[in-house]
Design a protein. Structure first.
Length: 143
């Protein structure tokens, strides 16, 4: 039985792959189920909505947050997501992210939403807004 060789280390991930990883990890946290971690129930939208700031920004590379101060349980969950992302990048032989953040808030019109910002090491940036859980991409306005 043939085994698959390990991924080539240092392989450069395509930007679309980075965006996909960014959406998936942000959507996992948004779901409150924590499938990427295998456990945890969290309500990042509830915590954001019940705060004076009205939003929480998660930095998935560092495990830090800005905006509303998360509960100790949510702060721990965010740190675990950062560790999981680091492990995922190591397994795939790539650390192509320069930035990966998500801003979670609840809008009076759209409801639960999150905005994912991905930047690669060459400076290419993508900002995508998703509505609901699971996150559906908001179509861009055409002018």
């Amino acid at each position: 039985m043939a085994t698959r060789p390990p991924p080539p280390y240092g392989r450069r991930m395509k930007f679309g792959e980075l965006k996909s990883v960014g959406h998936n990890i942000a959507d996992s946290l948004a779901s409150g189920i924590g499938l990427m971690l295998g456990h945890d129930l969290s309500d990042i939208f509830g915590e954001a909505a019940n705060s004076a700031d009205g939003f929480i920004v998660v930095d998935f590379l560092t495990g830090a947050t800005t905006g509303a101060e998360p509960s100790p349980d949510l702060a721990r969950t965010v740190r675990e997501y950062a560790k999981a992302l680091h492990g995922l990048c190591e397994r795939h032989g790539s650390s192509a992210f320069a930035a990966l953040t998500a801003r979670y808030d609840v809008d009076r019109v759209y409801g639960r939403q999150f905005t994912v910002t991905v930047e690669d090491r060459s400076g290419r940036i993508s900002v995508d807004r998703y509505l609901g859980v699971p996150g559906r991409k908001l179509p861009a306005h055409r002018r």
